[in-house]
Structures are given as C-alpha cells and as structure tokens.
Ligand binder design. Sequence first.
Ligand code: NAD
Ligand code: UDP
Length: 314
Amino acid sequence: MTKEKVLITGGAGFIGSHLCDRFLSEGYQVIAMDNLLTGEIQNIKHLMSQPDFELLHHDVSNYVHITGNLKYIMHFASPASPIDYLKMPIQTMKVGSRGTLNCLGLAKAKGARILIASTSEIYGDPLIHPQQEDYWGNVNPIGPRGVYDEAKRFQEAVTMAYHRFHGLETRIARIFNTFGPRMRLCDGRALPTFISQALRNEDLTVFGDGSQTRSFTYVDDLIDGVYRLLLSNYPYPVNIGNPEEITIKEFGEEIIKITGSKSKIVYLDLPKDDPKQRKPDISRAKKELDWKPKYNRVEGLKPTLEYFQKKVSD
Ligand code: NAD
Ligand code: UDP
C-alpha cells in the first residue's frame, strides 16, 4: 500500500527534525524541505538512509513544487531564536509571508491539510497573564522583534483567510519556548546558552535583573501536542506549551545546580521589547486535543543535558 506523504518545512531544524521522526514512526512518507539557514544536516543524518525519508534543499520563500499527492503540510521553516531573527530580519519576514503563501497555495493545489508553527511571540510583551488564545497581544511592529512577531501574525491572518475563503483545512499551533536535544549550542536562546556556559564553568549571562519569566516545554510534549492538533478538527489557534513558569534568574540558578557547575551569574542589559512574562493558558489544548504536558522542566532537562554534554566535549 502507498504511504501517505507529509511535507515538513524546516525539517532539518530543532523542532522540524523531531517532527520528521514522529511522522516516520507513524508510518508516513516524509519530505523535509530546508535551506539549512539555521538547521543542521546532523539533526536528520539518522534518517537519510530511510526509504521513506527525503530531504529537499530548497528555500520555501521561493516557489515550491512537489510531485504527487500530499496529505499534510507542516510549515515550520523560520529562524526562531531572537539572535537568528535579528541577524536575518528580511529572510524571517519572507519565510513567514512568502513562505507561508507558497505552502498555503501548495496545500490548496494538493487538497492537503496544513498546520503552521505560530508562536507565543504573537502576544508580544503581554498585558494579560497567563496568555489565552483570545488575547490579541501587545506587539511593537517596528521594534527589533517585530520582524518575527509580525511575520507570525501575518502567517496566522493569511492562514485564516485561506481557511475562510477557500475552505482549506488549516491548523495553527501557538508554540511556547520549547527545549530538548538538537537545539544549537550557540543559537543565543537562554537554555542552550546557559547550559553551554555552565558546562564550561563560564559566567551565565542573565539579561536585565532576571525577573522576566518564561515557561519551558520539553520537545516530546510539544511534538505530541502539534500532532494531536493536526489530526483534530480545530481550525483556530491553540497554545501548546507547559504552564510551569520560572524567572530567568531562577532558571540560571537551576542550570548551575543541575550541572554542578562553578559558574556565577552576571547581569547584562535587557534587550529591547523583551517580554516580561510568558505563560500559556492551555485550557483549549486540554479541551480540544485532550493534551497536556507529560514532562516537567527538570525531567526534560536530563536528556537535554546529556545531548549538550556530548556536544560540548565533541
Ligand atoms: P530552527 O532554527 O532550529 O529550525 C528552523 C528550520 O527552518 C531550520 O532548519 C532552517 O534552516 C529552516 N529554514 C529557515 N528559513 C527557511 C527557508 N526560507 N526555507 C527553508 N527552510 C528554512 O528553529 P526551531 O526552534 O526548530 O523552530 C521551528 C519553528 O517553530 C519555527 O517556525 C519557529 O518560529 C517555531 N517556534 C519555535 C519555538 C521554540 O521554542 N523552538 C517557539 C515558538 C515557535
Ligand atoms: N536571556 C538571558 N540570557 C541569555 C539569553 C536569553 O537572560 O544569554 C533571556 C532573554 O532576555 C529572555 C529569556 O532569557 O528574557 C528567554 O530568551 P530566549 O532567547 O530563550 O527566548 P524568548 O522567549 O525571548 O524568545
């Protein structure tokens, strides 16, 4: 029997590569499309010899062509760490706008269902806490983070337009800070930065006074939530994240403790428009997807740390 096919854009990235694993294990044929802007071949090396896996080296912001049928499209291509999107503002806006339009057009042509990777950043520096999906957000469109936030907001808007106007089957995952193996050591996000600093006994660089909060989700939970959303009948945005909230200062201290490091914390300037607090309200995911995270942060940190220990000593 011919297997059903899924296209995963950003398939060589951190989350995308875990999605490839999941779809292959569910018995799909997987096409990963990636231009390796922030992704790494190493993330999918273990899949390269599998007959049901194919990597297409392509920029999804340019016209996308796929032969044959497609059952699902998972649009995950985009720089995702603040350092990456500050370095690559135009590519970030292109992949969120043109890249999304290309994926939606492809979905329409193939009669495929499409899920887009949105983000908690669409809430900006939120004025309500925790964040529910019906909150419209507090975003500075012309600030440095605006390139990412507004690209993702456009992505949501155009996805709903295809749903309403063309009747396309669409799903929108609002992903909160996710962590796990295959994050890049040097992508500038708090978690890989703190772990690599701690493992090298270097000072941990906390921005501001560290009182800002985040809520970290282990990647296996995220993948499960996203997979459930894809198979659901729910076309509106759904927060996928772990509501376990922590200040960045406490998070730094936790990493020092878990790694047994001699590192100290140093305080640097807070980047512009850095959100002060972030925590998902996951009532909708619980109700519509019967989903909630299985792993707490410390449980997720164990396999993550093992991965980083190996990377640091390589
Ligand atoms: P990542 O940088 O590891 O992966 C992104 C992948 O997209 C990379 O492999 C990169 O090479 C690829 N890519 C970028 N531009 C491309 C283009 N024009 N054409 C083809 N490929 C392109 O980031 P990630 O953390 O895995 O994030 C994946 C998705 O999830 C992103 O859309 C991101 O916005 C979203 N997201 C992630 C998080 C998180 O905490 N990791 C949170 C919210 C949303
Ligand atoms: N952060 C920090 N030190 C670092 C990197 C990040 O204190 O070396 C802070 C950052 O200012 C933010 C939080 O950690 O308040 C999470 O940052 P990250 O880049 O991981 O993701 P964000 O949620 O901001 O997109």
